[in-house]
Each structure stands twice: as C-alpha cells, then as structure tokens.
Design a protein around this ligand. Structure first.
Ligand code: HEC
Ligand code: HEC
Ligand code: HEC
Ligand code: HEC
Ligand code: HEC
Ligand code: HEC
Ligand code: HEC
Ligand code: HEC
Ligand code: HEC
Ligand code: HEC
Length: 305
C-alpha cells in the first residue's frame, strides 16, 4: 500500500477536526459558527439545489445528525458568508469542479467515517488515488444510496479494461444483472489487496461456489491455493472463465518434457509419446476428458471422472 502523503493527511485531519467542531457546535451549542449563514440564505439564489437537497435523505430534519438537522447546505459546502459577500464568486467548497479528492470527501467523512462500511476507506485504493465520494454519489438526488448510476455502469465508466473483460464470451453474469461488482468488491476500500470482500480470493469464490471447497481425499494443490491460478474472475475468451484453454493451461505447470502431459496430444502422441486405446479422448478438451474432476476427488488420485 502507498504511504499517505503527510501534508495531505494533515490537511484532511485539520478539515475533519474543524468540521467536527462545527458539528458539535450545531448539536450542542445551538448556534451558527462564524461564517455560517444557514440554508435559507442559499435558497434565494440556488432554488434548484435547495429543492433537490430538501427532498434528499440529507435534507430530512427528522434524522438526527443529518445536514437537515444541523448546518444544512453548509454541512457539506462549508460556511457561505464569504461566498455571499463576493456575490457567488468562489469562497465555498464546490464538488463538481476538478480538485483534490480528499478535500471533497472530508465533509462527508465527518459524519460517515465511523460507519461500518467506511472503516476501511482510508486503506483503499480509491482513497489513495483521489477518487472522492462524489465520484459515485450524487447527493442532490433521491436515487437509491444516492448513486450516480447503477452497477456495473457506475464502475466501468472509469474501469474501461474491466468493461472489456465482462463482455467476453465466458463471463460472470454481471452485465446480465445477476451479480454486481460489489458482490465481490467493497467500493469503499478494504483490508485486502484489490478491495475484495473477503480475506482471500479463494474464500471469495467459495462464498458462491461452496461445492468447490472440499475437503477432498485427493486435493489438486493449485485449487485451494488460488482459484485464479486457472480462472479469470471477470471474463475470458476461453470457456469456463479459464485463463488459458487446456492443454496449455495444464502444461503451464505439468511440463516435465516427457510422458503424456507435455507431448503434443494428437493421434500419434498418447501416453509416453505413443497412441493408446484411449487416443480419441485426447481430442477436444484433452486433459479434462480423463482428468475431469479437476478441483479434487474423493476416489481418484488423478481426478478421473
Ligand atoms: C446572492 C446569490 C447567492 C447566494 C445567496 C448564494 N450563492 Fe452560491 N453561487 C452564486 C453564484 C452567482 C454562483 C456562480 C454560479 C455559476 O458560476 O454558475 C454560485 C456558486 C455556488 C457554488 C459553486 C461554486 C463554484 O465555485 O463553482 C456552490 C457550491 C454554491 N454556490 C453554494 C452556495 C451555498 C451553500 C449558499 C448558501 C450558504 C450559496 N451558494 C449562496 C450565488 C449565490
Ligand atoms: C450532503 C452534502 C451536501 C449538502 C447538504 C448540500 N450539497 Fe450541494 N452538492 C453536494 C455535492 C456532493 C455536489 C456535487 C454534485 C452532486 O453530487 O449532486 C453538490 C453540488 C452543488 C452545487 C453545484 C456546484 C458543485 O459544487 O458542484 C450547488 C450550487 C450546490 N450543491 C448548492 C447546495 C445548496 C444551496 C445546498 C442547500 C440547500 C446544498 N448544496 C446542500 C453536496 C451537498
Ligand atoms: C452532517 C452529517 C452528514 C454529512 C456532512 C453527510 N452525510 Fe450522508 N448521511 C447522513 C445521515 C444522518 C444519513 C442517513 C443515515 C441513515 O438513516 O442511516 C446519511 C445518508 C447517506 C447516504 C445513504 C443514502 C440512502 O439512500 O440511504 C449516502 C450515500 C450518503 N449519506 C453519502 C454522503 C456523501 C457522499 C456526503 C458528502 C458529499 C455526505 N453523505 C455528507 C449524514 C451526513
Ligand atoms: C467507487 C464508488 C464509490 C465511492 C468512491 C464511494 N461510494 Fe459510497 N457507495 C457506493 C456503492 C456502490 C454503494 C451501495 C452499496 C451496496 O449496494 O451494497 C454505496 C453506499 C454508500 C452508503 C450507504 C450504504 C451504507 O452501507 O451505509 C453510504 C453512507 C456511502 N456509500 C457513503 C460514502 C462516502 C461518505 C464516501 C466517501 C468517503 C463514499 N461513499 C464513496 C459506491 C461508492
Ligand atoms: C466474481 C467476483 C468478482 C466480480 C463480480 C468482480 N470482480 Fe473485480 N476482481 C476480482 C478478483 C478476484 C480480482 C483480483 C484479481 C487479481 O488479483 O489478479 C479483481 C480485480 C479487480 C480490479 C483490479 C484489476 C487489476 O488488474 O489490478 C479491478 C479494477 C476490478 N476488479 C474491478 C471490477 C469491476 C469494475 C467489476 C464490475 C464490472 C468487478 N471488478 C467485478 C473479482 C471480481
Ligand atoms: C471516478 C472513477 C472511478 C470509479 C467511478 C470507480 N473506480 Fe475503481 N478505481 C479508480 C482508480 C483511479 C483506481 C486506482 C487505479 C487502478 O487500480 O486502476 C481504482 C481502483 C479500483 C480497484 C483496484 C483496487 C486495488 O487495490 O488495486 C478496484 C477493485 C475497483 N477500483 C473497483 C471499483 C468498483 C467496484 C467500482 C464501482 C462501485 C469502481 N471501482 C468505481 C477509479 C474509479
Ligand atoms: C456472488 C456470487 C459469486 C462469486 C463470489 C463468484 N461466483 Fe463464479 N459464478 C457465479 C454465478 C451466478 C455464475 C453463473 C452460473 C450460471 O450461469 O449457471 C458463476 C459462474 C462461474 C464459472 C463458470 C463460468 C462458465 O462460463 O461456465 C466459473 C469458472 C466461476 N464462476 C468461477 C468463480 C471464481 C474463480 C470465483 C472467485 C474469483 C467466483 N466464481 C466467485 C457466482 C459467483
Ligand atoms: C488447475 C486449474 C483450476 C483451478 C486452480 C480451479 N479451477 Fe475451476 N475449473 C477448471 C477447469 C479446467 C474447469 C472446466 C472448464 C470447462 O468446463 O471448460 C473449471 C470449471 C469451474 C467451474 C464451472 C464448472 C463447474 O465445475 O462447476 C467453476 C464454478 C469453478 N471451476 C470454480 C472454481 C473455484 C471456486 C476454484 C477455486 C477454489 C477453482 N475453480 C480453481 C480448472 C481450475
Ligand atoms: C498452477 C499449477 C497447476 C496447474 C495450472 C495445473 N496443475 Fe495439476 N498439479 C499441480 C500440482 C502442484 C500438483 C501436485 C503434484 C505435483 O507436484 O506434481 C498437481 C497434480 C495433478 C495431478 C495428480 C497427479 C499427481 O502427480 O499427484 C493431475 C492428474 C493433474 N495435476 C492434472 C492437471 C490437469 C489436467 C490440469 C489442467 C486442467 C492441471 N493439472 C493444471 C499444479 C498444477
Ligand atoms: C486418455 C486419458 C488421459 C488423458 C487425455 C490425459 N491423461 Fe493424464 N493421466 C491419465 C492416466 C490414466 C494417468 C495415470 C497413469 C500414468 O501416470 O500414466 C495420468 C496421469 C497424469 C499425471 C500424473 C502423472 C504424471 O505423468 O505426471 C498428470 C500430471 C497428468 N496425467 C496430466 C495430464 C495432462 C496435463 C493432460 C493433457 C495434456 C493429460 N494428463 C491427459 C490419463 C489421461
């Protein structure tokens, strides 16, 4: 993981503490911090945003701790006094503009950082790469979870290479809507590499493919080690989400240079380089015709069907 830049960490810390102070004032002090003018002052010039905010979950006065119950617009945009003084020219936090992601996420985190979902935000790659809350959330809206778009559109807008992978001929049914990116990933960061929902890739796959967990009397070591030794998680041009087709897949590891594992598997080349009675089984899937229970077996040490 990247080390967070100290200067930024400090400014985020400052922003967070400042906003927390503001928050405490709002709840306990019952008075506006200096530089704060209240949402009614914004309404005059920003009718549309006032309306969309009022309808949104954040505008609900009845929810304790919500912007509606505290500083309104200024809970997120910061104090507006200077902004109004200048007749709307700057002086306020604007989200839509390009800018440092950490600064844009800071007001959101003052209220959300202690939720279970957000505990690993600061360890995730989205945070460290400057992706901010408003990259995915559109808070002036009433969409579910205030999301900008539905998955997978939300994610593949930025992740173009994954968009290609999930349209390959063999794929997890993500585009079909049967599962989502967030079935496997945590958008808010995570403790693991690649922001996965589980501690390891294999655990992730077992969640839905429990029958592959075993234990088997005869284990195939690469299976319990890591499913992506052979599979591509998003999609592949080979059947069964395989990284390579057999026999190349198998020969990537079983390449002793002699015997039936590494010889070309044609009519002329069976076991030990000679054709056998079983020669026809070397066609099509090749290795899998005989070693069909490739994930492990309780009766065959060579995983025969
Ligand atoms: C007197 C009118 C007026 C008031 C009152 C006002 N604004 Fe603005 N605001 C503007 C104008 C004008 C702009 C510039 C709009 C543009 O460029 O399209 C603006 C821009 C903004 C922007 C975008 C800033 C940027 O740099 O792009 C935000 C956010 C904003 N206002 C929030 C608020 C909030 C929150 C309040 C209440 C605290 C508020 N405004 C009160 C007139 C006002
Ligand atoms: C929960 C945080 C939050 C609250 C509360 C909030 N806003 Fe926003 N506002 C945002 C975010 C985030 C954006 C970026 C666009 C989006 O997500 O919809 C935004 C966009 C805007 C913009 C367009 C300029 C920009 O920053 O992109 C204006 C103007 C604005 N808000 C004004 C207001 C006003 C006026 C209120 C109160 C009536 C208000 N906002 C309340 C978070 C908030
Ligand atoms: C002043 C505190 C506060 C701030 C600032 C704040 N939120 Fe919230 N937010 C809340 C509360 C309270 C809820 C309602 C939580 C609930 O009922 O579980 C909420 C709900 C949400 C939800 C869930 C919406 C839904 O449909 O259930 C999202 C997403 C969200 N906030 C994102 C943001 C983002 C992004 C920002 C910054 C632009 C932000 N919040 C700023 C307090 C805040
Ligand atoms: C990469 C996209 C992305 C980013 C960046 C992001 N979110 Fe989310 N967020 C989501 C998605 C997707 C969901 C819906 C999760 C689900 O359906 O299980 C969600 C759900 C939420 C919820 C409501 C659900 C819950 O479990 O509480 C809140 C609150 C929230 N996000 C806040 C934030 C805040 C605050 C930030 C910035 C610190 C942020 N999000 C950044 C994608 C994102
Ligand atoms: C079936 C579970 C699963 C689903 C669904 C899934 N992913 Fe992944 N994703 C993984 C695994 C496992 C890895 C780690 C692969 C590795 O380490 O090589 C990964 C890696 C990634 C990476 C890092 C890629 C890299 O080369 O470092 C990105 C970005 C990503 N996924 C985005 C997405 C997006 C966007 C979606 C939805 C369109 C999605 N994933 C759906 C399991 C999944
Ligand atoms: C605004 C653009 C943006 C959006 C939207 C976005 N991401 Fe990302 N994501 C990034 C960037 C930038 C990185 C870091 C560079 C990279 O690894 O590609 C990243 C990295 C990742 C990684 C790799 C993490 C690692 O440790 O290497 C995963 C997984 C991921 N995103 C999943 C998602 C999912 C799931 C969604 C949708 C809920 C999503 N992203 C939406 C920009 C985005
Ligand atoms: C959230 C549930 C879920 C998770 C997690 C998951 N899968 Fe799947 N997987 C599915 C579904 C649903 C299908 C499609 C089944 C169908 O169409 O009958 C599938 C299909 C497959 C297929 C068969 C594809 C084909 O074309 O025949 C393979 C191989 C596979 N998954 C491997 C994995 C691997 C490896 C992982 C871990 C990186 C994983 N899965 C994680 C739900 C999941
Ligand atoms: C040594 C390579 C290898 C490893 C490692 C591996 N698989 Fe497979 N897997 C295959 C092959 C080969 C197929 C057959 C593909 C076909 O039908 O064309 C397959 C098919 C599948 C299928 C679809 C057909 C079925 O049997 O249900 C699923 C689901 C699957 N694997 C899940 C997993 C999971 C989960 C893991 C990790 C625990 C894993 N695989 C590890 C080689 C492997
Ligand atoms: C990532 C490496 C890897 C891949 C890919 C792989 N294997 Fe294996 N396989 C092993 C290891 C390690 C063993 C344990 C025995 C050993 O050390 O040779 C093993 C054992 C076996 C055995 C049991 C025989 C014995 O010596 O114990 C058979 C049969 C087998 N593999 C067939 C296949 C087939 C068929 C494929 C392709 C679908 C395949 N393997 C893909 C690594 C791999
Ligand atoms: C016609 C059925 C058949 C086909 C096709 C087949 N095997 Fe085998 N394989 C066997 C039998 C039977 C054994 C056990 C007898 C032996 O060791 O010769 C075996 C043993 C093995 C072993 C363990 C012993 C050794 O030789 O290392 C490995 C590894 C193996 N096969 C891999 C493969 C690979 C890789 C392919 C595809 C290129 C393949 N097999 C194709 C039937 C087959």
């Amino acid at each position: 993981m990247e080390k967070p830049n100290k200067a930024w960490s400090f400014s985020v810390f400052l922003l967070v503490s400042l906003s927390l102070l503001v928050f405490n004032f709002a709840v306990y002090g019952q008075e506006k911090p200096s530089g704060y003018v209240g949402s009614d002052a914004c309404k005059e010039c920003h009718q549309e945003y006032f309306l969309s905010y009022s309808k949104s979950i954040h505008g609900k006065k009845a929810i304790p701790g919500s912007p509606g119950a505290t500083q309104g617009c200024e809970s997120c945009h910061g104090g507006g006094a200077v902004h109004i003084e200048k007749g709307g020219k700057g002086g306020i936090l604007a989200f839509g503009k390009k800018g440092d992601g950490r600064i844009k996420s800071a007001p959101c985190l003052t209220c959300h950082e202690n939720s279970k979902e957000m505990l690993t935000w600061s360890m995730g790659r989205h945070m460290s790469m400057g992706v901010s809350c408003d990259s995915c959330h559109m808070v002036h809206s009433t969409t579910k979870n205030n999301l900008k778009a539905l998955e997978p559109g939300l994610c593949i807008g930025c992740h173009k290479n994954i968009r290609n992978q999930i349209s390959r001929q063999s794929r997890h049914p993500i585009q079909e809507g049967k599962m989502r990116c967030t079935s496997c990933h945590t958008p808010h960061g995570g403790l693991t590499n690649k922001m996965l929902k589980t501690d390891s890739i294999t655990e992730l796959c077992y969640k839905c493919h429990t029958e592959k967990r075993g234990p088997y009397a005869f284990e195939h070591p690469p299976v319990s080690e890591n499913c992506i030794n052979c599979h591509s998680p998003h999609g592949s041009n080979h059947t069964g989400l395989l990284t390579r087709r057999s026999p190349q897949l198998c020969q990537g590891c079983h390449n002793l240079g002699f015997g039936h594992t590494s010889n070309a598997y044609t009519l002329q080349h069976g076991f030990g380089g000679k054709a056998t009675a079983n020669k026809n089984r070397f066609f099509a899937q090749g290795c899998l015709n005989c070693h069909g229970n490739i994930h492990g077996s309780n009766r065959s040490p060579i995983f025969e069907r």
